[in-house]
Design a protein around this ligand. Structure first.
Ligand code: SF4
Ligand code: SF4
Length: 53
């Protein structure tokens, strides 16, 4: 998954990720626990997350 510049650091994605794969430091970063399920994409109010890899 990829987070683009429109991320506002709200933490919604981290709250809803069932795999605890997102940390937010100013903006969101995915870690190695991400299984590419796509759930976070649906919860981002800024539409900042997309499938990339
Ligand atoms: S794609 Fe799924 S596992 Fe990866 S960060 Fe988003 S919600 Fe978490
Ligand atoms: S939900 Fe979207 S805007 Fe909020 S921290 Fe996650 S990627 Fe950034």
């Amino acid at each position: 998954m990829k987070v683009d510049k429109t991320c506002v650091g709200c933490g919604q994605c981290a709250a809803f990720c069932p795999y605890d794969a997102i940390v937010v430091f100013g903006r969101a970063f995915m870690n190695e626990k991400c299984v590419e399920c796509g759930i976070c994409v649906e919860y981002c109010p800024a539409c900042a997350i997309s499938e990339d890899k």
